[in-house]
Design a protein around this ligand. Structure first.
Ligand SMILES: [Zn+2]
Ligand SMILES: [Zn+2]
Length: 350
């Protein structure tokens, strides 16, 4: 089979790999949709890829793609019918842990006490290929109502937005400022709006802001053309600031503003990967009783809950995708995504 491999420095190659066969406790998925996530750019751009993000070492060419969704194509020894049957529609929780520690047992394999052993698409073979091998206990059922594309989005970007909104305990009477309207930020806008909250969307691209409006944003702010972003958020909240904020941009300046823009007792959450932030501890945090939360994706349970919520409320997650690509178009697809001015892409590798 063919698989997309990031070489670093914005280069990629489509390479040949043997079709995988499942070992004990494993399955092979036939991938129907493999989403392009913002963090893929963190692996696509630098030399060293995932290793530069503290996710572990990579040895040899590695298939990218960490939003896997498809059907079970083969089942290994010792996998029960309840876990996986050929033809079952599934998403995949894209981490492998020890499988027995407290975190693995509660569905948080990325927090494994022994360290996450593989992040599929980053330090283990991912979903930008026709087939993908993984442990059966990393599968999450895809509800009948949802498309494979929606399942792919839930497998990282949209699920990450879901996880962050839950970490923030978002309520319907809250105003939330969401920095960055890429795939995660836009999902957060869509979900927060569906939960009844008022959304202030921020992005340096007017194109992305217009999409945020379509996805339910109430107030749009472009930091590029706004002199004082924090003041603009205060102006939109009767001088108080937002109840909550979420940084999906990874920009050090946006992170600072995300902390400064919340009201007293407010909460700011960071989900954007990489880079850093500088804060004045007394003025930005202590004096106003601000809580800062880090949120890394979601558990298998959270992923299933997110999927059920989207199915039951009929939320149009497919609308996130503005481009669909064939595997052979990988180069063009990532050059397009790298510009970060449009929506989300998905690769159909079959
Ligand atoms: Zn573990
Ligand atoms: Zn991701």
């Amino acid at each position: 089979m063919k698989g997309i491999v990031f070489l670093g420095e914005r280069k990629l190659e489509i390479m040949d790999f043997p079709d995988p066969t499942p070992g004990p406790g494993e399955v092979v998925l036939e991938i129907k949709a493999s989403g392009m996530c913002g963090s893929d750019l963190k692996f696509y751009r630098p030399i060293g890829g995932a290793a530069s993000m503290g996710l572990g070492k990579v040895s040899g060419p590695l298939i990218a793609g960490h939003e896997p969704c498809g059907v079970v194509a083969a089942v290994g020894a010792g996998v029960s019918e309840k876990q996986a049957k050929v033809g079952m529609r599934v998403m995949q929780h894209h981490y492998r842990g020890c499988g027995v520690c407290d975190h693995c047992n509660t569905g948080w394999r990325q927090l494994c006490v022994e360290g996450v052993k593989e992040v599929y698409g980053a330090t283990g073979h991912g979903a930008h290929a026709r087939y993908m091998k993984c442990p059966a206990d990393t599968l999450v059922t895809l509800p009948e109502e949802l498309s494979f594309e929606t399942g792919a989005a839930i497998s990282c970007g949209t699920g990450t937005a879901w996880g962050a909104l839950h970490r923030l305990n978002l309520q319907a009477d809250h105003t939330i400022a969401i920095f960055g309207q890429g795939p995660v930020g836009l999902s957060a806008t869509q979900l927060a709006s569906s939960m009844g909250a008022r959304v202030i969307a921020l992005d340096v691209s007017d194109q992305r802001l217009n999409r945020a409006k379509e996805f339910g944003a109430d107030v749009l702010i472009n930091p590029k053309t706004t002199e004082n972003v924090v003041q603009a958020i205060k102006d939109a909240t009767q001088g108080r600031g937002a109840h909550l904020s979420l940084d999906c941009s990874s920009s050090p300046q946006a992170r600072q503003q995300a902390v400064q823009c919340v009201r007293t007792w407010g909460k700011a959450c960071f989900v954007g990967e990489g880079d850093s932030v500088t804060l004045n501890v007394s003025n930005d945090i202590l004096r106003r009783q601000v809580t800062i939360i880090g949120s890394w994706t979601f558990s298998t349970v959270g992923q299933a809950e997110c999927a059920r919520y989207i199915a039951e409320r009929g939320i149009d997650v497919d609308k996130l995708f503005t481009r669909k690509w064939k595997l052979e178009q990988a180069k063009e697809a990532y050059e397009w995504f790298d510009a970060q001015s449009d929506g989300k892409g998905v690769i159909n590798p079959s």
